[in-house]
Design a protein around this ligand. Structure first.
Ligand SMILES: Cc1cc2nc3c(=O)[nH]c(=O)nc-3n(C[C@H](O)[C@H](O)[C@H](O)COP(=O)(O)OP(=O)(O)OC[C@H]3O[C@@H](n4cnc5c(N)ncnc54)[C@H](O)[C@@H]3O)c2cc1C
Ligand SMILES: *[C@@H]1O[C@H](CO)[C@@H](O)[C@H](O)[C@H]1NC(C)=O
Ligand SMILES: *[C@@H]1O[C@H](CO)[C@@H](O)[C@H](O)[C@H]1NC(C)=O
Ligand SMILES: *[C@@H]1O[C@H](CO)[C@@H](O)[C@H](O)[C@H]1NC(C)=O
Ligand SMILES: *[C@@H]1O[C@H](CO)[C@@H](O)[C@H](O)[C@H]1NC(C)=O
Ligand SMILES: *[C@@H]1O[C@H](CO)[C@@H](O)[C@H](O)[C@H]1NC(C)=O
Ligand SMILES: *[C@@H]1O[C@H](CO)[C@@H](O)[C@H](O)[C@H]1NC(C)=O
Ligand SMILES: *[C@@H]1O[C@H](CO)[C@@H](O)[C@H](O)[C@H]1NC(C)=O
Ligand SMILES: *[C@@H]1O[C@H](CO)[C@@H](O)[C@H](O)[C@H]1NC(C)=O
Ligand SMILES: *[C@@H]1O[C@H](CO)[C@@H](O)[C@H](O)[C@H]1NC(C)=O
Length: 590
């Protein structure tokens, strides 16, 4: 299939003004030319091989290795260790199947980079950028490969992989940007994250200094890339603002290869674009200094509502009722991600929330518990045992780290989920005009046909501090009006064919996302956890900021060296797929 699609593409290319050189093109750099790049990055260039190649007959075949790869295939942490490990492949071009069996698929690189610079320094990063520009090769930037919209992938590309940049984590009692030359309103402590670290690294480091950093719910998410540059929410964003709100200063390699420091005083426009405008777009970030907040006691609350005797409707109805109370719960200091899913068998609503307490006085503790009882439990417990079973547990922890370490957070990877999401404001959720149960029915039951798995997520990660505008940030302004990031995840069955997959996607975009938009018009969503097939993605992901972000992109990357699908100012280029899944990147001339 791949060969024929490439032949087709070779023909399709001629109608385009100019395409990036692909491996099948004559203009693709020679082995010697790639070797010269390898020398300039001191041997840190890798020619990529599909991770699951050992599963396939031929050189490198190893049944033993294949088994190890297969059993780790859904671990995001495992995948992140490879230059071309990706949580959300555009297409599985080399699945770890048992290739001794008849009818196994082909194994090739698919949409993944052909070469990767395992950069350890700014000079490596600059050499990779220069090479891509000089030789007209598509460039992508990668950290963990967690991106949901394939923004760290690219057919026929050279990847700058920042994971090996490890200049350490540094704690500052008080940090002033620009070596003290840039006035800052922040008087607290800070952490400099010098490279390709993940949140687990920073959480552990922060705990040794008695502070909290605003990271992801999942510890395997990268710090500097998509998360921070795209907004970033997690268990404590409600209390301290989004991930992007925390940044005091960045070190960035520009498309020109120049290393600059961006803060509120220098490269302020770039600094602003890198705080919400999306990853992979404006430059390659090597380090960020972020705010750190004193740790405090935590009240954890776990609520489970489990359907009895197949009475799923009752759980959906109870969830709809809770959904209308989420803004009030958020205002009372609760935060976290609740999930409605039939994954374990019966339909279950699970709410693992936390509340950061000012102090561990009985008074603070009781007032937090009272709010939960008053808003949710009193009403819910009255129906306990009839159609569903309710369990509610409060637990206290001396610090945020103690809370975080006590629960299991890693999300199992799967290459098949699709998602759609919407930010909801308080008014929409509290208005009696809006039937939330009906919305839940639409997003959960119209999964066609026979989805094996779905989950509805209620991310109570906004509200609170997220509502306060922060100077020099560029997140979708809808965040500043939101209490909830509502998210639907569907997973199609293992054996689904191309048409069936397309059907799932269509239902998600045309029915489920549409229902969310109809209920919350004029809002938008979080660009990192969105439906990439949303036809209004520019408006929905960036709001009114899009044009300004596009002007910053044009200023710092006029030649679109850092082009990515579903990124700001990707107009004028397109992937010419000729009906296949992927293909060369070409200039469309408009
Ligand atoms: C399991 C899982 C859990 C998640 N949990 C959360 C969560 O709790 N909260 C949340 O907000 N989001 C969450 N996300 C979404 C996550 O924020 C995005 O997937 C994000 O894009 C990941 O960034 P990354 O850098 O780790 O991934 P990558 O795929 O490596 O990169 C993502 C984007 O950033 C760019 N990029 C990477 N590094 C750099 C750099 N140094 N400079 C410039 N651009 C760069 C890439 O080009 C790409 O566009 C989760 C995703 C997954 C898969
Ligand atoms: C780059 O050089 C290193 C060290 O000499 C070598 O191991 C590696 O295979 C080379 N990469 C390529 C793509 O040739
Ligand atoms: C593949 O199947 C064959 C035959 O059933 C078996 O011997 C082999 O161990 C399997 N390999 C893997 C990697 O599972
Ligand atoms: C992969 O899976 C095997 C079990 O099959 C396990 O022993 C190993 O620790 C896993 N992780 C890695 C990184 O290989
Ligand atoms: C801060 O000081 C260091 C060391 O003197 C220097 O390398 C760096 O460029 C300075 N940064 C800024 C933003 O001026
Ligand atoms: C500090 O606060 C003032 C007043 O809100 C604001 O105008 C200014 O932009 C802020 N400075 C920074 C660096 O955020
Ligand atoms: C509350 O904090 C004090 C002082 O830090 C500590 O001695 C005490 O054990 C804490 N109480 C609880 C219930 O955690
Ligand atoms: C503890 O926090 C509560 C608010 O949650 C506050 O009213 C009270 O004064 C605080 N007590 C102490 C001893 O700081
Ligand atoms: C809300 O929708 C549900 C399901 O469609 C329905 O049963 C219920 O009567 C509706 N509630 C109101 C107040 O209209
Ligand atoms: C869906 O499930 C039903 C009942 O289990 C079955 O009859 C039908 O064939 C399934 N449809 C598809 C497309 O798998």
């Amino acid at each position: 299939m791949l060969l024929s699609s490439i032949l087709l593409l070779a023909g399709a290319q001629s109608v385009f003004a100019k395409c990036k050189c692909a491996p099948t093109d004559e203009c693709w750099p020679s082995t010697d030319t790639w070797s010269a790049l390898n020398s300039s990055v001191h041997g840190k260039l890798a020619r990529n091989e599909p991770i699951a190649k050992p599963c396939y007959q031929g050189p490198g075949y190893s049944s033993q290795l294949c088994q190890i790869i297969s059993s780790n295939w859904t671990s995001n942490e495992y995948l992140a260790k490879f230059p071309i490990g990706y949580s959300y492949p555009l297409v599985e071009s080399c699945p770890p199947v048992n290739a001794t069996l008849a009818g196994y698929p082909q194994c090739d690189l698919g949409n993944y980079p052909v070469y990767s610079v395992k950069a350890t320094t700014a000079a490596d990063v600059a050499a990779g950028i220069k090479f891509a520009r000089d030789h007209n090769v598509r460039l992508v930037i990668k950290n963990t490969g967690h991106d949901i919209s394939q923004r760290s992938q690219g057919y026929g590309s050279l990847s700058i992989w920042i994971k090996s940049i490890q200049d350490g984590l540094h704690y500052h009692d008080r940090y002033v940007p620009g070596n003290g030359s840039c006035p800052s309103n922040w008087t607290g402590s800070a952490i400099t994250v010098g490279g390709g670290y993940v949140w687990q690294d920073v959480y552990d480091f922060a705990a040794t200094h008695g502070v909290i950093a605003v990271g992801g719910a999942d510890p395997t998410v990268g710090v500097l890339g998509g998360f921070m540059q795209g907004g970033g929410h997690g268990p404590v964003s409600h209390f301290f603002g989004l991930g992007a709100d925390q940044v005091l200063e960045y070190k960035v390699v520009l498309a020109s290869g120049k290393l600059v420091t961006a803060n509120a005083c220098q490269y302020a426009d770039l600094f602003t674009a890198l705080r919400g405008g999306g990853g992979g777009t404006y430059g390659i970030v090597l380090s960020a200094t972020i705010k750190a907040h004193p740790t405090c006691p935590v009240l954890g609350h776990n609520l489970d509502i489990v359907a009895l005797n197949g009475k799923d409707d009752a759980v959906i109805d109870a969830t709809g009722n809770i959904m209308s109370k989420l803004p009030a719960l958020s205002d009372a200091g609760y935060s976290g991600t609740a999930i409605l899913t039939p994954y374990a068998g019966p339909l279950v609503y699970t709410q693992p929330f936390l509340n950061l307490l000012e102090n561990n006085s009985t008074e603070a503790l009781e007032s937090a518990k009272d709010a939960m009882k008053r808003l949710i439990l009193d009403d819910l417990l009255q129906h306990n045992g009839a159609s569903y079973l309710v369990t509610s547990t409060f637990t206290t922890y001396p610090t945020f780290h103690a809370y975080y370490s006590s629960t299991h957070h890693t999300t199992p990877g799967s290459n098949r989920p699709i998602m759609a999401s919407r930010l909801f404001d308080k008014q929409t959720l509290e208005s009696p005009k809006n039937n939330l149960t009906s919305l839940l029915e639409t997003v959960t039951t119209q999964t066609v046909p026979n989805s094996t798995l779905w989950a509805t997520l209620f991310n109570i990660v906004a509200g609170g501090k997220v509502l306060d505008p922060v100077p020099h940030t560029s997140m979708n302004p809808a965040w500043r009006r939101s209490h909830l990031l509502f998210q639907q995840i569907d997973v199609w069955p293992d054996n689904a064919g191309t048409e069936e997959i397309q059907q799932y996607r269509n239902v998600l975009t045309q029915i489920k996302l549409k229902a969310m938009k109809d209920m919350a018009p004029g809002m938008g969503t979080y660009l990192n956890e969105a439906d990439p097939y949303d036809p209004d993605w520019r408006e929905d992901w960036f709001g009114d900021d899009y044009d300004w972000l596009a002007s910053v992109k044009k200023k710092y990357d006029p030649e679109s060296v850092f082009w990515c699908w579903r990124c700001v100012r990707n107009e004028g280029w397109e992937e010419v797929t000729g009906g296949a899944w992927f293909g060369p990147l070409c200039e469309t001339g408009n």
